[in-house]
Design a protein around this ligand. Structure first.
Ligand SMILES: C=C(O[C@@H]1C=C(C(=O)O)C=C[C@H]1O)C(=O)O
Length: 398
């Protein structure tokens, strides 16, 4: 006679179940490493003098003592120093393996949209021209300039369907949905996106970062795409732009690692909409128990990389403040999760939008270096908007 089980087995979920269970207000994050869905707020995590990582470690410890079964810190931190952060220890966490081509409802073709580019595309191209003057002055080597599209629909935008379509289009992306509702918002506000860029991932003592910089739109035609890939791998401008970014990421991680492997040359990775120069850097942590070496601590140390800010970072940041029309908010920040053992995964918040009721605010940026062409950079941002626009059922708008 068998003895009845005394312990309820841990439920096993599939990524598709987690996506189906996502409701506006939940936290969702998935990548090729796996999927995580979190609900409820046990604690909000605020930065102390040491940043977010020590406060996150303490909050997870306190949550475990209070009976939270699987404490993690999950959420997003905005781009600018002192920007808004929405980091919480959720009450319930469900995990699953990597998504495999999710089922998603089609976008509602009947939705009527109005689109307001901020700034106008021609003004963005002018701002790129002004950035090139600063670069010509010699004190700035690279700056990433972004622009915004504000879309308004004739009905509330359903975030669960939008998230499912983003995952369906690219199951390997760092896909996310984070509640970023602020006081005064007329409805829940959600940061949603499908980023191709891993800021940092940690598993035990092993860390991985995957900076991207240097881009070309995907054309959909094989021969044209092969040509674009070959051109990227041979472009002194793109290789230089990439080298700045990879070198800085390697430099920061080198401060935490005993071994660091940095491939000498970038490769090209593809998303459904873009090609990017990519360097996958791996290392072994010297002190994995230090909260500064947790996935969140490393993400804070790396942010902002020259993939979204520039070189040198302080001058690039002031150029961004002077030349961009809109505050970036959560765009170009970090999004992901960390566990009490320090493991976790943080992506760069790009190919993203904030959705609130009927409005969607999208950002896309491009790295400007000596030799950049304003019209080509404008076209690059147009191509980068496609990830979100396609998931919304829209073609290119500006
Ligand atoms: C800034 C963005 O993308 C970043 C900039 C890139 C570039 O300038 O080539 C490439 C990938 C990202 O690191 C964005 O998508 O908005």
């Amino acid at each position: 006679m068998s003895t009845p089980a005394l312990v309820r087995p841990t439920p096993v979920h599939r990524a598709a179940d987690l996506l189906a269970a996502y409701l506006t207000g939940s936290f969702y994050f998935s990548s090729a490493r796996g999927a995580l869905l979190a609900d409820g707020i046990h604690t909000r995590v605020r930065a102390d003098a040491g940043g977010y990582a020590p406060a996150a470690a303490q909050a997870m410890q306190a949550a475990r003592a209070a009976g939270v079964a699987d404490p993690v810190v999950a959420g997003a931190v905005g781009f600018r120093p002192g920007a808004r952060a929405d980091l919480v220890v959720p009450t319930v966490v469900r995990r699953a393996g990597a998504p495999a081509g999710a089922q998603a409802p089609g976008a509602d073709a009947g939705t009527a949209w109005t689109v307001t580019p901020r700034p106008e595309p021609a003004d963005y191209a002018d701002a790129v021209g002004r950035a090139l003057e600063l670069i010509g002055g010699g004190d700035l080597h690279k700056v990433v300039l972004a622009r915004c599209l504000e879309l308004t629909a004739d009905a509330p935008v359903p975030v669960p369907a939008l998230l499912a379509r983003l995952v369906q289009a690219d199951p390997a992306a760092y896909a996310f949905a984070v509640d970023v509702t602020a006081p005064g918002d007329p409805a829940p506000r959600t940061l949603v996106g499908a980023s191709p860029e891993l800021l940092v991932s940690r598993r035990g003592a092993t860390v991985t970062a995957n900076p991207l910089a240097g881009s070309a739109p995907r054309s959909g035609d094989d021969a044209t795409d092969r040509e674009r890939i070959a051109r990227l791998l041979d472009s002194a401008k793109d290789l230089g732009e990439h080298a700045h970014t990879a070198a800085q990421v390697a430099d920061v991680l080198g401060g935490f690692c005993v071994d660091l492997e940095v491939p000498p040359r970038p490769e090209v990775i593809g998303t459904p909409t873009m090609w990017h120069l990519s360097t996958r850097i791996t290392g072994r942590l010297a002190d994995p128990a230090d909260p500064a070496s947790s996935a969140l601590g490393l993400a804070e140390a790396l942010h902002p990389t020259p993939a979204v800010c520039g070189v040198p970072a302080d001058r690039a940041l002031s150029a961004i403040v002077d030349l961009e029309a809109e505050d970036r908010g959560h765009y170009a920040g970090l999004v992901g999760w960390t566990g009490p053992d320090g493991d976790g995964e943080w992506a760069v918040t790009i190919r993203s939008a904030e959705v609130c009721d009927r409005t969607v605010r999208l950002f896309a940026g491009a790295g400007i270096v000596a030799g950049s062409d304003p019209e080509a950079e404008l076209a690059e941002t147009t191509a980068k908007f496609r990830t979100l626009l396609r998931a919304l059922g829209l073609g290119d708008v500006a």
